[in-house]
Design a binder for this molecule. Sequence first.
Ligand SMILES: Cc1cc2nc3c(=O)[nH]c(=O)nc-3n(C[C@H](O)[C@H](O)[C@H](O)COP(=O)(O)O)c2cc1C
Length: 367
Amino acid sequence: MQPIENLLRERISLRRFADCPLNQGDVDWIVEGAMRAPTAGNMMLYSMILITDPIKKQVLSETCDHQPFIAKAPLVVAFLADYQRWFDYYRNSNVNAYCLERGLEFCGPDEADLLLACSDALIAAQNAVIAAESRGIGSCYIGDIMENYERHRELLNLPAWVFPVALLCFGYYPEGERPAPRSRFDRKYIAFAEQYQRFNPEGLNEMLAARAAAFTPANPYGAQNYGQWMYARKTGAPFSAEMARSVREALKNWKGDRIRMNNHVDELDEGLTNVWEPRVSEDASSVPKWWRVLEIMRKELSRPSFETWIAPLRPVHLEGELCLYCQNLFQKDWAESRYKQSLERAVLAVMPDIRGITFTLEKTVEQ
Ligand SMILES: Cc1cc2nc3c(=O)[nH]c(=O)nc-3n(C[C@H](O)[C@H](O)[C@H](O)COP(=O)(O)O)c2cc1C
């Protein structure tokens, strides 16, 4: 273990790695370090995907702005802003019905939720960087994972409310190789007392003087000064335009759209935008009635049976029938074989206009 002062002062972004895999203990330590990071509301609004598959790494090295070293990193970890887990849980918990009963709207995550989840993911990522460094493992962030949203979504099997905000490459430092730390701007430009400070042109020139000294007018961008050169290489570069397009596409899923009763079924199949558009006619008033059905069933069954097999069912009123969505095949088979008749009786008692009930397998992320 290195003292933390050395570790922070000597860390660099490592782009050439020793040619050997990380040992499992070190991988576990990196994951544990990430998971010990602070997290908003202790909700852990992030996930990590550990990638060692050479083909996947090769694809990422191309989709992340053609950076071949990604394919050579022994371990690549995608850090994902993740609200899917919580909203799946909210839906499992019948939050929709809860909201309907109280005249509230049940809305999916919005832009603020995305920013909060990104904060969580990035803080976890940086903890992973420090944990890795403490074991002699270097790392490099890849911001370009925010590009090519559609391809990454497919490659990593991401549902609608998961956004890949950072990729980290990890690998041991090559024997005897420790690149020197890169300079930073002077502290006075970055850390202010009490209020924000904006700089005049002289101040900004001073801040960038050392870097601008390396500027040469003979550059491929036709830039005439360091500011133009940086803009051409970074902010105005084609990769930035792709990132903007890609993020805009992803943002379409983070508009806080109202969640309807029947559209939890298949956001993945429908593509990721407008995922909450209803596909079948919906009778919202069936929900409080469903609660009355639940009350009848609750009285008939033991608590574990009720909570395991009946409470998780999600009703959708479909053209005179009540379709009950089940979370997995096992639940469907069990509920259908054991409780169909009693459920039918309860449903008819509360909703005499219903012709019958059907059990349907819900398509979830895992299937
Ligand atoms: C959000 C973020 C995105 C980055 N994306 C890339 C990248 O795509 N490719 C790369 O080689 N380095 C990337 N880096 C590493 C930076 O280039 C590096 O941190 C910076 O040049 C300072 O160097 P240092 O980390 O060695 O101090 C990224 C860093 C951050 C924080």
